[in-house]
Write a protein that binds this ligand. Sequence first.
Ligand code: SAH
Length: 219
Amino acid sequence: MSMQWTDPFEKDRRRMVEEQIRARGILDGRVLAVMERVPRERFVPPAGQIFAYADQALALPAGQSISQPFVVAAMTEALAIQPQHRILEIGTGSGYQTAILAELAAEVYTIERIEPLQRTAREVLAMLGILNVSYRTGDGTLGWPEAAPFDGIIVTAAAPDAPRTLLNQLVDGGRLVIPVGGETEQTLMVIERTGAGLHQTPQFPCRFVKLIGEEGWAD
Ligand code: SAH
């Protein structure tokens, strides 16, 4: 007799990808496939589990939040990740975005300023067998100089301006994806480094928690 393991969230996950992501114009097949596979419910605190696949951001401990699935998909697509890429992420939070990046890239470096969030994220990723991630606790606005340059950098907290230090840690042709603006509303920006220049493409309005640090907001 063969044992059949059933995944109670499989249908929810498929519906999330179809209705919230593909229907809104995210068409990168690799991004869609990964989001159909990564178990978002594992990254959500127990009280929020029934909303794991809802079309919204969810609360995390310490006043932080896990981004809406569509926003995760749009930011990931904007990075244009290739399998050999090395990606830096600022704002590990729950680790959900980290898992998506790790499934698409060769290596992910992720920085979180709140140590208990970092620890929980790390445990969930380890349980899922995702091993190509390096973790650091601290101020991500300073980047990760020893591992730079990166093919892509994603910041999942809101900045008053794109941190200079992060732009300087991109390869030529590399992209920084970051919400830029005021404390209550921002625009998601894609900033591509090309030679000596920077090419900025605004995406859509969004709302993130604050990026707190030397090249972010004051605590
Ligand atoms: N991608 C995460 C989003 C978490 S919210 C997820 O989907 O779960 C943004 C996170 O950025 C918070 O956990 C916050 O603590 C962190 N953060 C804010 N400023 C930071 C900084 N300067 N360096 C590193 N992390 C920072």
